[in-house]
Design a protein around this ligand. Structure first.
Ligand SMILES: NC(=O)c1ccc[n+]([C@@H]2O[C@H](COP(=O)([O-])OP(=O)(O)OC[C@H]3O[C@@H](n4cnc5c(N)ncnc54)[C@H](O)[C@@H]3O)[C@@H](O)[C@H]2O)c1
Length: 373
């Protein structure tokens, strides 16, 4: 097992990257007597592979396939459905383990079920999207959306292990892959140095073509950076988090479209947020023209950058930004890249209107007719 890292916060979490997936899964399940594996409509393609591992080690196992996929599964309805199914399977606390097989939406949902079922049971993440591998399955944040608020219900609950096999990205659509690069570029811009940014920039074509060695290196660096940033403050006591780069706008955009990822995926929303942040950073002379150009080119080349003008009204976005501000104690904290690529800082003096204008200047939002804020 090639371990990226072992996180010791409240408990040990093993993160294994592209070793032997079956062997890693077997060793992580030692000590459990019942496993419930959760898949969605798209990830049930991995069901046979996991079930044959369960058969080999002779563990009692049940597979549950959600009849949905994407952001819509982060709902109370799917939460209750999973809890009820687990209860009907006599899923007990000490020796049972969930295995979440899917993208960030599914690992967020199953992680939240695991955090709350019987006051907390173990779970293992098997992320199957780039965003899941590089970001969402790492760090212990789990949750659901309710009404217009993202993660209104949530918790911090570390998985027992995260098993990453970049081969599982082969079946991913180019849109979902591109959205994943939104979080990768975010991580590269807050890393503290330009190593990940330079690597992604230099291997963009291979990354888009799903070259496994390139994707594994990108995932490995992203995880190392995320763990370094998360570990000192794993329960987010500090609100000035660099990891929120692009997310002020992203959450507002997602709320504006009612978390409908057919319109806008989370990673696409993050890419839009980064575009706005980079634009603002150039205006404030925090970045040179050349740095701005490099970052903008990478985002547009690699991430799913969606033109927002056709369906988004500036005033709706402003209202959603206001809600994000309220959730964060009335203080709009905005992370902006500054000085050098890989460096960023939190700014408290950015007005929501400035973010909307920055999106407009970057040609993502068209505020001409009917879309005035
Ligand atoms: N917990 C965290 O720290 C954290 C961090 C970042 C993002 N997130 C969350 O992650 C979610 C987005 O995750 P995502 O981008 O992985 O999207 P997703 O989980 O919604 O998956 C996107 C689509 O890809 C499909 N899919 C997944 N794996 C596949 C595969 N191997 N082959 C074919 N199809 C596959 C899914 O069924 C779904 O339709 C958002 O809800 C976001 O809030 C959480």
């Amino acid at each position: 097992m090639r371990r990226v890292s072992e996180v010791r916060v409240r408990r040990r979490c093993t993160i294994a990257c592209s070793g032997s997936f079956a062997d890693d899964l077997k060793s992580c399940l030692a000590g459990f007597s019942h496993v419930v594996a959760v898949f969605d409509l798209n990830t049930q393609r991995f069901k046979d592979e996991l079930e044959s591992v369960f058969d080999e080690i002779g563990i009692r196992a049940n597979s549950l396939v959600l009849n949905f996929h994407g952001e819509a599964i982060k709902s109370l309805e799917h939460y209750l459905s999973l809890v009820r199914q687990a209860a009907s399977l006599d899923f007990l606390r000490r020796k049972s383990c969930f295995v979440a097989v899917g993208g960030g939406s599914l690992t967020d949902l199953v992680g939240y079920v695991a955090a709350t079922y019987l006051r907390g049971v173990s779970y293992i993440n098997v992320p199957t999207t780039l965003l899941g591998m590089a970001d969402a399955s790492i760090g212990g944040k789990v949750g659901l959306n309710l009404g217009k608020v993202k993660h209104l219900l949530g918790s911090f609950h570390y998985p027992e292990a995260v098993l990453i096999d970049v081969g599982k990205l082969d079946s991913l659509s180019s849109r979902v892959l591109a959205a994943g690069f939104g979080e990768v570029v975010k991580t590269a811009l807050i890393a503290g140095d330009s190593r990940l940014f330079d690597y992604v920039e230099g291997h963009a074509r291979a990354a888009r073509a799903k070259d496994p060695r390139v994707l594994e290196e990108i995932v490995r660096q992203s995880i190392e950076i995320k763990l370094r940033l998360v570990e000192p403050d794993w329960q987010e006591e500090q609100l000035d988090r660099l990891l929120n780069l692009g997310h002020e706008i992203a959450h507002a955009l997602e709320a504006t479209v009612g978390f409908d990822d057919r319109v806008l995926m989370h990673g696409e929303a993050v890419a839009s947020g980064i575009v706005a942040a980079v634009e603002l950073a150039k205006d404030r002379d925090l970045l040179t023209e050349a740095q701005h150009g490099r970052i903008a080119a990478l985002i547009r080349g690699l991430c799913g950058v969606v033109p927002l003008g056709g369906w988004l009204a500036g005033k709706d976005l402003l209202a959603s930004l206001g809600a994000v501000e309220r959730v964060r104690d009335g203080d709009m904290r905005v992370v902006l890249p500054c000085e050098k690529i890989g460096h960023a800082r939190v700014y408290h003096d950015v007005l929501p209107g400035e973010l909307v204008e920055a999106l407009t200047r970057a040609n993502l939002l068209d505020l001409r007719e009917g879309n005035q804020p």
